[in-house]
Design a protein around this ligand. Structure first.
Ligand SMILES: *Cc1c(COP(=O)(O)O)cnc(C)c1O
Length: 470
């Protein structure tokens, strides 16, 4: 195949994708492949001679598709959804064809300037004040790493990159137990060390960080001669949607001059609806905020929106200017590769532009509001069903529950069996988490093609399958 045949195959692929997305709800959500099944279906050695596209395409359908878990299935209620709305998928297709590498302004001015404009659209959409500058990172994990590197350099008076950490001050970073594991990994990679990631207890219905305990931990570290460097807060934690009291935690951090990063990877998208912004009251005082449009906003993976109140510290931490990358004679331009760990960058802003223009913020808000409303309806039904108990109340569209019939003593084992049986059944897909040591089942709705009927089907599937287990 060459570019002369591309149109024909492109139309075929587009037709395939349209039919797939229209009918994906008929498939079992989680792949039923056994371990090794796909590997064994793939030849052990690469072909020496060209193979016909017809055959490649056929194998794609028969070998690959059975090993796919359908993330765009309307009854995918596991993890957090990673949506891919039609206009944004189209933009990705165009970007794949143009294939620009957008590390510097001059390596594609449209990519840089579109990124600046799209990040400002998103800033306005989620209600962050003017002055926050944004950059698209490949993942929330990368944004958190960039933030941790920044807080490290700031606390070391910009000597960490040059002198290394040996013999330098011992830094301390604070977060709750509810933050994502990407925080641990950022701390490892930054050389701060897991032992210096201080876990602050949580309190209250949102399972958020206790600001008084934060203050006490910082003071104890200062007394011990250690160097507090930053606080990492979460809004909508992965397990149960745990949310730190942003304003009061920022008060404490500010009083000690600490850098603050807020991970709102999932829930940040919901902030396009003003009624949810109370959950992160005070956010305008954070130094760094990340959310993933590639989760609840409909932008295909990967796209993490990273906002900085003052990007200078980040750029000071990450910019390298070897001679061959210098762009002479252009003042006032942005080279976004100086804002992130990787040098090479995809043109990610185009998919945001296609999506927001074609759906409008109202179209996006409606989906998020529907998901929250339907999830709460399901919550109400399960709460009223004998044998079921709600473990954590809805945070946006996420709640946790467990099956706890009086006759059973090992509830962890029972609930693991329930999740496994539900996922083997295939009509819906759920995952489990632990809350205060107990195994519980998570439910969250967030797929763009989900309907209220899909969410209510979850009620029937959960109750029917639970009844077969006891
Ligand atoms: C999904 C998620 C992450 C990780 O996001 P990536 O973009 O995959 O790195 C981090 N934090 C929270 C709260 C998340 O929900």
């Amino acid at each position: 195949m060459d570019w002369n045949d591309f149109g024909q195959w492109g139309r075929r692929a587009a037709d395939w994708a349209q039919t797939y997305r229209q009918t994906v709800g008929d498939r079992p959500v989680r792949s039923r492949a056994a371990p090794g099944e796909i590997l064994n279906a793939l030849p052990e050695t690469p072909p020496e001679t060209p193979e016909d596209m017809e055959k490649v395409f056929r194998d794609f359908e028969t070998v690959v598709m059975p090993g796919i878990t359908h993330w765009q299935h309307p009854r995918f209620f596991a993890y957090f959804n990673s949506n891919a709305a039609a206009p944004a998928v189209l933009a990705e297709f165009l970007v794949a064809a143009i294939a620009p590498q957008c590390m510097l302004w001059q390596t594609s001015p449209a990519a840089t300037e579109m990124e600046t404009r799209m990040m400002d659209w998103l800033r306005q959409a989620i209600g962050l004040p003017e002055g926050f500058a944004g950059v698209i990172q490949d993942s929330a994990s990368s944004a958190t790493l960039a933030a941790v590197l920044t807080l490290r350099e700031r606390a070391l008076d910009w000597t960490g990159n040059s002198s290394g950490l040996a013999g330098n001050k011992r830094l301390r970073v604070y977060c709750s137990h509810e933050v994502h594991t990407s925080v641990d990994r950022a701390i490892w990679i930054a050389g701060i060390g897991q032992d210096n990631l201080v876990r602050i207890p949580t309190t209250g219905e949102w399972r958020g960080m206790d600001p008084e305990a934060l203050g006490a931990a910082i003071r104890a570290d200062l007394d011990a001669g250690l160097t507090p460097a930053g606080v990492i807060l979460c809004v909508g934690g992965t397990g149960t949607g745990a949310t730190d009291p942003i304003a009061t935690c920022l008060d404490v951090a500010e009083s000690h001059g600490l850098f603050t990063h807020v991970d709102a990877a999932w829930a940040g998208s919901a902030m396009i609806c003003p009624e949810f912004r109370g959950y992160w009251r005070g956010i305008e005082r954070a130094d760094s905020v990340v959310f993933n449009p590639h989760k609840w906003l409909g932008v295909p993976f990967d796209c993490a929106a990273h906002f900085l109140r003052d990007p200078d510290d980040l750029v000071r931490t990450l910019a390298i200017q070897p001679e061959y990358l210098k762009t002479h004679g252009k003042d006032g331009i942005i080279n976004y590769s100086e804002w992130s760990v990787p040098l090479g960058r995809r043109f990610r802003a185009l998919k945001i532009w296609f999506l927001i223009r074609n759906y409008g913020l109202e179209g996006l808000r409606r989906r998020i509001r529907d998901h929250v409303t339907w999830s709460r309806r399901l919550h109400d039904r399960l709460a009223a069903t004998p044998g079921f108990e709600i473990v954590t109340a809805p945070m946006w569209s996420l709640f946790t529950f467990r099956y706890a019939p009086e006759s059973v003593s090992d509830l962890d084992a029972l609930n693991q069996r329930l999740v496994d049986a539900i996922n083997d059944d295939g009509r819906i897909y759920l995952t489990q988490t632990r809350v205060d040591g107990d195994l519980v089942i998570r439910f969250q709705a967030g797929q763009f093609d989900t309907t209220e009927a899909d969410v209510m089907m979850a009620n029937d599937v959960i109750i029917d399958i639970a009844a077969t287990l006891t």
